[in-house]
Design a protein around this ligand. Sequence first.
Ligand SMILES: [Fe+2]
Length: 151
Amino acid sequence: MKRRDALKIGAFGLAATAIPAVASSSYEGLNPYSKYRDKVINRNRYSMSEKPTKSELKHTPEIKIGSKDAKGYTLVEITIGQKGILHPSSDAHWIDFIELKADGKLIDRVLFEPGKSMGYAAFKVKLDGVKSLTAVEGCNLHGIWEHTVKI
Ligand SMILES: [Fe+2]
């Protein structure tokens, strides 16, 4: 290969590596917070009372701890809504995120598009030594709700 050809390839390679940096702004559309920012209007925190209303039941996450697999990961399912009163999902009113925390520390977060799916997320996590799990959810209209279970 002549030196001139090597320089051409080198220049093309440089341009190719520059493309992802230029195109990275298109990934903003994957984050519902940037795409639907105007529809997420309530970020206040709420909690379920001792005699919960239907709205409180509908917004409080339910945590279901499943079995541990052979590699030590336990299935943790989070459904938004208690006692079978599930939160709706529409373009105007939906669960925009669900988080799972272990002993108060964030494990992971799932972001949701409006009206595409119900408020449900499942995680496979290692729970060795963990004393509590907390699920946190955001409803775009009715704010942030959480529920903690001791394990
Ligand atoms: Fe809601």
